[in-house]
Design a protein around this ligand. Structure first.
Ligand code: PRP
Ligand code: URA
Length: 207
């Protein structure tokens, strides 16, 4: 499974602020948007486009316009913090939602919501979830997307653990993962070390 390690310094600048325990929800949300914009740009490098000609005030100029159907799928709730950024880049994208919640004791993800666009087979699907820890949530979401007919799926996450990457690789070897950080591993509570804590809680101030 291809893992794309994003090394752009602006990505890592935002990531350092997200990791900082002193960062309050307002700044955390802004950094989540900033890093998501940059990661989404990286994950859409091979988005289909077509040659066009446009008229500038001076004359004709060759250009490229993005074509093809893009579907963005945030994994609730934390993935919502990345959605506006992706829609800023691709305003025509359709949006599916998958609601998953990890059990606090077992870290096993259970689904509480799913609403996906009807046709996914020919779409470029971007699944957004900031944290890839055990990989249980990602695999559950990818299973749903596959069952719904998705073929070309990329996952964007802000921090990942080797365990989660391996678990996704085992179940969905063809899925590309875009992440700036593969951390050391998981602690006893299945949190990423050093990670950044609970992304959803930090985003929404619920901790
Ligand atoms: C977090 C995160 C991922 C999941 C990652 O969500 O946003 O979806 O945990 O962990 P995993 O790889 O071990 O499955 P959480 O279940 O805490 O829900 P939330 O987004 O509502 O906070
Ligand atoms: N979910 C989070 O928000 N953080 C982790 O470290 C693991 C799962």
């Amino acid at each position: 499974m291809p893992v794309h390690l994003v090394t752009h310094p602006l990505v890592h600048d935002a990531l350092a602020i997200l990791r900082d325990e002193q960062t309050a929800p307002e700044l955390f949300r802004r950094m989540a948007v900033r890093i998501s914009l940059l990661l989404a740009a990286e994950a859409t490098r091979d988005l289909p486009s077509t040659a066009v000609s446009v008229s500038t005030p001076i004359g004709p100029a060759p250009g490229l316009r993005v074509t093809g159907d893009v579907v963005v799928v945030p994994v609730l709730r934390a993935g919502l913090g990345m959605l506006d950024a992706v829609l800023e880049l691709i305003p025509t994208a359709r949006v599916g939602h998958i609601g998953l919640q990890r059990d606090e004791m077992t870290a096993v993800a259970s689904r509480y919501y799913s609403k996906l666009p009807l046709t996914l087979g020919g779409s470029f699907v971007l699944m957004i979830d900031p944290m890839l820890a055990t990989g249980g949530s990602a695999v559950a979401a990818l299973d749903l997307l596959r069952d719904a007919g998705a073929r070309d799926v990329r996952v964007i996450c802000i921090v990942s653990a080797p365990e989660g990457i391996a678990y996704v690789e085992q179940h969905h070897p063809d899925v590309h993962i875009f992440t700036p950080a593969v951390d050391q591993g998981l602690n006893d509570h299945k949190f990423i070390v050093p990670g950044l804590g609970d992304f959803g809680d930090r985003l929404y101030g619920t901790q």
